[in-house]
Design a protein around this ligand. Structure first.
Ligand SMILES: Nc1ccn([C@@H]2O[C@H](COP(=O)(O)OP(=O)(O)OP(=O)(O)O)[C@@H](O)[C@H]2O)c(=O)n1
Ligand SMILES: C[C@](O)(CO)[C@H](O)COP(=O)(O)O
Length: 219
């Protein structure tokens, strides 16, 4: 069962203040690290990067051996994912959706997630929440305790049978619902996703301090 990767990389890096996908970690752009991890994963047959043309040029010095394509992104992350899904074909039985801004993902973790998606139809990397959680008010004061039992933070890749994710996304786009990940999209159809424990940090590069963190973690 072939698995295509759809790497979404069309965001505007508002919280970073500069193009975070072009930021260099050990001399290579964030986006190049991300794509390289998918090129190295055994179960990935091809990679589609959803981004503007100038950002795709961040990859021009790389020598990838698997097919690499580009499509334009959309207004929100979910529209960028939908644009990537639209170019998949019959060979792409599974699809792995991944944030371009998660460059530390390991090929072994991608392959573990693919195995689980083959078995269960839907799988994602994730980690159990380790901090105490509070619901805050608008002024930034803690107001309510939150029971963290069974609470997990979703990462990417999030991997699905392509037919399932396409059907689920069609409903979301038609209803114009805003979602923050694909697990939520299939959940809206009543389908649950197998959580695969991420045993190595796989942070989403979001604010400037994340660059130093990712550089330190990437040894
Ligand atoms: N319209 C969008 C918005 C986001 N993304 C991608 O989705 C991933 C997760 O988004 P996030 O980390 O929030 O990136 P940005 O949207 O760029 O960040 P910000 O919200 O700070 O602008 C990123 O790889 C980003 O490029 C995308 O492809 N298309
Ligand atoms: C998909 C995601 O990375 C899972 O944690 C996250 O939901 C993306 O959120 P963002 O607001 O688009 O960064």
């Amino acid at each position: 069962m072939g698995c295509a990767a759809v790497i979404v990389a069309s965001g505007s890096s508002r919280r970073m203040g500069f193009d975070k996908l072009a930021a260099e970690l050990h001399g290579k752009p964030v986006l190049a690290h991300t794509v390289a991890a998918f090129m190295r994963a055994e179960g990935i047959s091809r990679v589609i990067v959803v981004c503007p043309e100038e950002r795709f040029r961040l990859l021009e010095d790389e020598h990838f051996i698997k097919p690499l394509d580009r499509v334009d992104g959309g207004e929100h992350r979910q529209h960028s994912v939908a644009n990537g899904l639209a170019v998949l074909d019959a060979e792409d039985m599974l699809v792995a959706v991944h944030d371009g801004a998660r460059p530390l993902v390991r090929p072994e973790a991608i392959d573990a997630c693919i195995e689980a998606a083959r078995k269960y139809g839907a799988a994602t990397l994730a980690h159990a929440v380790a901090d105490t959680l509070k619901k805050a008010d608008a002024e930034g004061f803690s107001r309510h305790p939150v029971d963290r039992t069974n609470l997990w933070a979703m990462e990417t890749p999030q991997i699905f049978r392509t037919s399932l994710l396409r059907r689920a996304y069609a409903g979301i786009l038609e209803r114009q619902t805003i979602v923050t990940d694909e697990v939520s999209v299939v959940e809206a159809m009543g389908i649950s996703t197998k959580l695969i424990v991420s045993d190595f940090p796989n942070p989403k590069i979001t604010v400037p301090a994340d660059i130093a963190l990712a550089t330190a973690l990437m040894q």
